[in-house]
Design a protein around this ligand. Structure first.
Ligand code: ZN
Length: 317
């Protein structure tokens, strides 16, 4: 028996399903007779190698996934989603069964939609178990709108942008776009190592950027990220005088250092509740990671949040 106190998303009565029988088990979802779409959320949360767990997954008696190996499909902690359309239920119960081949089957969650696309009311939407700070530095750049659209498409919002002041160039349109998916905050005006500058120079770098953001229609920034993450007593004093809290990061995507999309996706799997991840605006590798990062966070019950200026941690938006 393997039990967990974690809520299983997409199940009306958690207690019915939170103990699994080793090997095979089944979900019985009460629904009115009709046709449904079933979205299955799977992830390998335990094993760290291929071939350690394989199982069949059946919906209404039909094999939908045969000897699926989640690690091979999506790695450790990676999301694997599968949609089954046109599931016809005649007996008032929608059955989902897992039959273990190697080790037991595992299912992170599921949602059942009626034919008109509405989430069936008997199955609540997954909730957030925690929040993470998704941050993009150094924009705006020429293809910022590509990233904005990807973030919208995959619901990886809100994010926090640390904007390079000089690059705003008086453009309210691009700042407006960035604000449509999150908050715009301060990343200095010309991106120097602030620890090499005088108090007045640091103050000017930050003050000019906060002003440029407000001129472009943004609220007064409350956060700043020092370029290269470097700080000293002088930068801390200037930032404090401007009411800005320094935000570094817990997880570095290393996209600035030619990390591959797979490596960026993998880095995001280290994120824990409250933590913050560093990425950059402008890299195709970073943009290509958005879909999988969004799916992985969802599978782990984590949601993007805003960064709280009081605590410096990611919190509910
Ligand atoms: Zn930067």
């Amino acid at each position: 028996m393997n039990t967990t106190a974690d809520p299983i998303s997409g199940v009306a009565e958690d207690s019915l399903f939170q103990s699994e029988r080793y090997g095979s088990y089944a979900y019985e979802v009460p629904v009115t007779s009709g046709a449904y779409t079933v979205r299955l959320h799977l992830a390998e949360l335990y094993w760290e190698g291929a071939g350690e767990r394989t199982f069949d997954l059946l919906v209404e008696g039909q094999v939908e996934l045969e000897e699926i190996d989640l690690f091979s499909q999506a790695g450790h902690d990676g999301a694997f989603n599968h949609v089954v359309e046109e599931v016809v239920v005649n007996d008032g119960t929608l059955n989902i069964e897992l039959e273990g081949k190697q080790d037991a089957g595992t299912l992170s969650g599921f949602a059942v939609y009626s034919a008109d696309g509405q989430l069936d009311t008997s199955v609540p939407e997954p909730s957030c178990k925690g929040y993470v700070g998704i941050t993009y530095d150094d924009g705006p750049v020429t293809n910022t709108s590509t990233l904005v659209n990807l973030l919208k498409e995959h619901n990886l919002t809100p994010v926090t942008w640390f904007v390079w002041g000089e690059r705003i160039g008086g453009s309210t349109a691009i700042i407006e776009q960035m604000m449509s998916v999150g908050e715009v905050q301060n990343h200095s005006f010309t991106h120097p190592d602030l620890t090499t500058l005088s108090y007045q120079q640091v103050y000017d770098q930050l003050e000019r950027t906060s002003q440029a953001l407000q001129d472009a229609g943004a609220p007064a920034p409350t956060l700043y990220r020092p370029p290269y993450g470097t700080q000293n007593a002088t930068t801390q004093r200037a930032a404090a005088d401007l009411g800005l809290r320094a935000i570094i990061w817990d997880v570095d995507s290393a996209d600035w250092n030619s990390a591959s999309t797979a490596s960026i996706v993998n880095a995001a799997r280290d994120l824990q509740d409250g933590q913050i991840m560093l990425m950059h605006d402008g890299y195709n590798t970073t943009n290509d990671a958005v879909a999988q990062i969004a799916a992985d966070l969802e599978a782990r019950g984590l949601c993007p949040g805003r960064i709280d200026p009081a605590s410096g941690r990611a919190v509910a938006p």
